[in-house]
Design a protein. Structure first.
Length: 291
């Protein structure tokens, strides 16, 4: 596995691959890798000849009071996991390499960037799309793989690819869950035993919404209410939002269909978690460790 730090080094590696007729696949991450990230590598390997993984904790997508400094990091561990999973090029740029003079220009996420996650975390998606565009520019991937757990992020990346006519195929891989149903997240490391138990209210809430949908209910408000009721029963958990959104626009929907996404976000103490499910598919469509 080759490890590079500068954008020009990654661009040179991608150019060499392109000249050899090889297809580049990109897996963007913020590091502290887990099985969910490694599943993205597997998806990229199935669609590309050269797999590039980026490990970069992007300061632009963190607000002043958010957990940028506390975000878990372990680059040596990440290097070992990346190499063992078959990553060909690991890109580990510094903040100075990515933003040598600060970001003079950023990407506006539009209306979808100001709702749900965007409403709770103002400026977050401008930071996400800006760094993703920089990753695309440096890696020149034919395909990029993102996880479904960050469904709103994936939708906005899809919009950016479409609106900017970027030559990148977007793959959104299924959410990977632990054996108890909790969606894998680097932030899970901050949960103690009691906190992890409380966090299981998120997948339970999604399951509750799916159950109401499968009973024949199509009013989004009723499905949201069922999921929110589950979150409300868990002491020590604060809900940020529960919403049914259209899969094409990611805007709130009044009527639910098989493809509607039910999304939740909640705080377990100081740890903020997000999760979602496609109503027609349910949690069974996700990957569970141990299955």
């Amino acid at each position: 596995m080759r490890v590079v730090c500068l954008p020009r080094e990654l661009r040179e590696a991608s150019t060499q691959a392109a000249r050899a007729g090889l297809r580049v696949g990109l897996v963007p991450t913020m590091g502290f890798l887990h099985a969910g990230h490694l599943a993205l590598v597997k998806e990229a390997r199935a669609r590309a000849d050269v797999v590039v993984m980026s490990v970069f904790v992007n300061p632009l997508q963190f607000g002043p009071a958010e957990d940028f400094a506390a975000y878990p990091r372990d680059l040596e561990r990440d290097r070992g996991l990346a190499e063992a999973s078959g990553v060909d090029v690991l890109w580990v740029p510094t903040v100075e390499a990515m933003y040598p003079d600060g970001p003079a220009v950023t990407v506006s996420p539009g209306p979808v960037g100001s709702i749900l996650e965007g409403a709770v975390r103002p400026g977050h998606f401008a930071g996400v799309l800006t760094v993703v565009l920089k990753l695309f520019a440096a890696a020149a991937p034919a395909v990029a793989v993102f996880g479904r757990k960050d469904a709103q992020q994936a939708a906005l990346v899809r919009f950016m690819i479409r609106d900017f006519n970027l030559p990148v195929e977007l793959i959104v891989a299924p959410t990977v869950r632990d054996a108890d149903g909790l969606a894998l997240s680097s932030r899970n490391v901050h949960l103690d035993v009691a906190g992890r138990r409380r966090a299981l209210a998120l997948p339970r809430a999604l399951a509750g919404g799916v159950e109401v949908f499968r009973s024949g209910e199509r009013r989004a408000g009723s499905i949201v209410a069922a999921a929110a009721a589950v979150l409300a029963t868990e002491a020590g958990l604060t809900s940020d939002y529960v919403a049914c959104v259209n899969p094409d626009t990611f805007l709130p929907s009044d009527a639910a269909t098989d493809t509607t996404t039910l999304a939740v976000a909640a705080r377990v103490g100081a740890t903020r978690l997000i999760d979602n499910v496609v109503l027609g598919a349910g949690l069974d469509a996700d990957v569970r460790i141990g299955d």
